[in-house]
Design a protein around this ligand. Structure first.
Ligand SMILES: Cc1cc2nc3c(=O)[nH]c(=O)nc-3n(C[C@H](O)[C@H](O)[C@H](O)COP(=O)(O)OP(=O)(O)OC[C@H]3O[C@@H](n4cnc5c(N)ncnc54)[C@H](O)[C@@H]3O)c2cc1C
Length: 519
């Protein structure tokens, strides 16, 4: 027999199969000897009280053998001779669009400006050590997209659990740990993601799809308001009546191209702020209300949302045990973001702390669709100048930041290119600077000890979501004006994060295939 229970246990019981079985036996009044296995289906940590509890949903096997549900990949077909669909961008949106095309019997041709996941590493090294930004290969551009060298956090605000589980299952099918199906806040880790991405690409190629690296799309060809193909920097033209455009939030040249060609785009509000780094030990102490987190709890995350002067201010993409990364996509700008390895075992915790911007914050946004992007770019360029015109970021200790004092010294932080002591009021417009200053004091009310000079503020965190929307029809998913063009993923303004981008990629592929089948 199999029973399902929701049970609250100690961190040690959750980590130890024998102790967990004993807890289940007590909870369910089942004789210990009769329990053959306890299989954890869902796990979340409740750290609200001093005695931390782990909430588990479990299947309990009683006098019955446990049979593991294997996760299989769909039956992908050979599509080498099938109708072609162009997909621009090999981020989560583009890759999952390609997989879905194959599943539905169409041949994807992925065109990616960056390099394959392994070769890309050299450019990241050059960025971290020599401060060289390769405009086609960096933390945002290259195989796997912006998500590849990330924390690989897989939570999403997407409401449709079925879609989320489908993407998680596919990731497990391509080699991610099955734990991602269990954790309330699953993550994969920067060290594990590249192999998964490479396996997805291998499958696409083995099924007859194509993946063209180091091929930047420079034009989208249109005749009579219908897409006819794309042109690349190398001068090649690839014809197709269907183009899925999944170029991400940092493809400024694509936004400029669409604007130049009078293809409708709109300015979009986004969030912007700083990335703050604390010692992980301090975050653990605050969150777990203890001197040391011990061996059974993971490095603690945090999540804070406040309203400051009518604007939302919140933690974004928090990376426990992580590293702050240089995420610029062009010379002359600095951008921060964060990542963690699968074990989250670095000594520092970092998080974006951002405030909501509104269209009215950008000059002429109702007339200029690039207004929000230009605002974002100006701050990144100002930060570059203030940091010392390299990839060093301007930085300030947290209390000094709230008090408007330049820090007389700064500790070494995880941000490899280095940091420069700066008054960050030089980087941000007054309203952003003041909101952040106020907000950090409010944050300290929710997390006593957060506001400390042990923490360092790095500026700016500016690529939280796309500053442009490429509008599409809500039913056909085609661009509102250009037939056959499918704006997709985060860059088009329809996703925010790895999972939602992957879901949107699948949906665009389905809509595109549906349209081909009906034509
Ligand atoms: C350091 C970092 C950490 C992150 N951590 C997380 C996390 O933990 N969890 C999470 O959910 N999200 C995270 N994100 C955000 C996440 O990566 C994005 O939301 C997601 O990758 C968006 O997917 P996408 O496919 O829409 O676009 P992208 O991933 O941006 O992919 C777009 C692709 O298009 C290519 N491209 C752009 N222009 C062209 C062109 N002209 N021609 C050809 N190709 C082009 C790019 O090279 C890129 O590969 C992180 C991002 C960064 C930078």
């Amino acid at each position: 027999m199999k029973y399902q229970y929701q049970i609250r246990v100690s961190p040690e019981e959750a980590a130890n199969q024998h102790k967990l079985t004993q807890a289940v036996s007590r909870h369910g009044g089942i004789a210990l000897k009769d329990i053959t296995f306890v299989n954890i289906l869902k796990r979340s940590i409740d750290a609200r009280q001093k005695a931390i509890k782990i909430n588990l949903k479990v299947d309990v096997y009683v006098k019955e053998a446990f049979t593991e549900d294997k996760i299989y990949l769909p039956d992908y077909q050979n599509v080498a001779n099938k109708e072609e669909i162009i997909i621009v961008g090999a981020g989560p949106a583009g890759l999952f669009a390609a997989l879905r095309c194959i599943e539905l019997g169409f041949k994807p041709i992925i065109i990616e400006r960056g390099k394959d996941v392994r070769t890309r590493r050299r450019d990241l090294k050059a960025l971290n050590i020599e401060h060289i930004v390769n405009e086609d290969s960096n933390y945002c551009f290259g195989e796997g997209g912006a998500g590849t060298y990330s924390d690989g956090k897989l939570y999403t605000r997407s409401k449709k659990r079925g879609d989320v589980d489908r993407i998680l299952k596919l990731l497990v099918g391509f080699g991610a740990t099955p734990e991602i199906m269990v954790e309330a806040h699953p993550h994969i880790g920067t060290n594990k993601l590249p192999a998964i991405i490479a396996d997805i690409r291998e499958l696409i190629i083995n099924c007859g799809g194509e993946v063209l690296f180091e091929t930047r799309v420079t034009d989208i060809l249109v005749a009579n308001n219908k897409v006819t193909g794309i042109k690349t920097l190398k001068g090649e033209t690839i014809n197709s009546k269907k183009v899925i455009l999944a170029t991400g939030h940092s493809a400024r040249d694509i936004f400029e191209l669409l604007h130049r060609k009078n293809i409708k785009i709109e300015a979009k509000a986004f969030a912007l702020g700083v990335r703050v780094e604390h010692p992980q030990e301090l975050i653990d102490k605050i969150q777990y209300k203890c001197d040391s987190r011990g061996e059974f709890l993971p490095p603690s995350p945090y999540s804070i949302v406040k309203q400051i002067g009518g604007r939302g201010m919140y933690s974004f993409c928090m990376c426990p045990g992580g590293i702050i990364a240089p995420c610029a996509t062009a010379p002359g700008e600095v951008v921060t973001n964060g990542w963690s390895p699968s074990k989250r075992d670095q000594p520092t915790a970092n998080s974006g702390i951002v405030i909501e911007l509104r269209l009215s914050d950008f000059k002429n946004a109702e007339k200029n669709p690039l207004a929000a992007m230009e605002f974002q770019k100006q701050i990144e360029q100002k930060a570059w100048l203030e940091g010392g015109s390299t990839q060093k970021v301007p930085a300030q200790r947290l209390v000094d930041f709230t008090q408007g004092k330049i820090s007389t010294n700064l500790p070494v932080t995880s941000y490899k290119p280095g940091i420069t002591s700066t008054d960050l009021s030089e980087v941000f417009p007054d309203f952003i600077h003041k909101t952040l200053q106020e907000g950090f004091k409010e944050f300290n009310k929710s997390m006593r000890g957060f506001l400390t000079n042990e923490a360092v503020v790095h500026a700016p965190e500016s690529r939280t979501s796309s500053p442009v929307r490429i509008p599409r029809d809500p039913y056909s998913f085609e661009h509102v004006q250009i037939r056959g063009l499918y704006p997709c993923g985060e860059g088009a303004g329809y996703a925010g994060g790895i999972i939602s981008a992957a879901i949107d990629g699948e949906r665009c592929a389905e809509k595109c295939v549906e349209s081909l089948q009906n034509s």
